[in-house]
Design a protein around this ligand. Structure first.
Ligand SMILES: [Mg+2]
Length: 239
């Protein structure tokens, strides 16, 4: 019997990844005089991954990774004006309006009427809090957890704090790596809602997904109906 339905926020309730893609395009354009686009993108991604354990997820870490990449790729020749522009790009991301995904608000209302609905989002605390305030969704949910990472231990802690068992917990999100895998691993339920673009880091190989028991929704509006399936005995996975 499901008691708690947890929603991811970025690219599940509101659009987010496009901000990173647009900023990356402007960043590569800024350095176009030094290297070609694909090369800059690859180096930026490598820098981001290397820095995740130091800065964590979010825009501020991304900004520092852009600056670091610019310094590396120009062999320190990047100008102060260019760095200022990178900082402006990051500020623009932090200030950007929050655009809800179609159906997110209605779905959240419907789910909150039947279950305890919460939001679990990872990233910078301040950024996520202000985005939540701008989204207008905060009042619809019971609680909001801003976490630095969505690991097995993070979900265990959240379930403990809500006094629910994994069978009573459903995670809804667009990231297989962060929203689906760790929750399934500890015996919880999950609904994967696909989004148009996924950050490479959050993607998961098909082999890792084989035999995993989770549901897929084409859109967030399909989630309430899918949740009812968790009330029924789970079919055995063939093979
Ligand atoms: Mg997400």
């Amino acid at each position: 019997m499901v008691k708690v339905v947890a929603f991811d926020a970025d690219d599940t309730l509101w659009h987010n990844e496009h901000l990173f893609l647009e900023t990356r395009d402007r960043f590569t354009a800024l350095l176009a005089g030094y290297h070609e686009k694909g090369w800059i993108e690859d180096r930026l991604y490598e820098t981001e991954l290397r820095n995740l354990g130091i800065f964590g997820y979010g825009i501020k870490g991304f900004a520092l990774s852009m600056i670091e990449t610019a310094i590396d790729l120009t062999e320190t020749r990047v100008t102060g004006a260019d760095v200022a522009e990178i900082i402006e790009l990051a500020k623009g991301m932090l200030d950007a309006p929050v655009t809800l995904i179609d159906g997110a608000e209605e779905t959240l209302k419907e789910v909150a009427g039947r279950y305890r609905a919460i939001i679990v989002t990872k990233g910078d605390l301040f950024d996520q809090e202000t985005k939540l305030a701008r989204s207008g969704l905060g009042n619809l949910v019971d609680t909001v957890e801003v976490v630095s990472d969505k690991s097995v231990n993070t979900y265990r802690r959240i379930m403990r704090s809500l006094a629910v068992s994994p069978e009573e917990f459903v995670m809804v999100g667009n990231s297989l790596r962060s929203d689906i895998l760790p929750v399934i691993e500890i015996g919880g339920h999950a609904v994967f809602v696909s989004y148009e673009t996924t950050w490479e880091h959050e993607s998961v190989s098909d082999t890792a997904l084989e035999r995993l028991d989770f549901l897929r929704a084409e859109s967030i509006a399909d989630v309430p109906a899918l949740l009812e399936r968790f009330g029924e005995p789970r079919p055995r996975i063939p093979g």
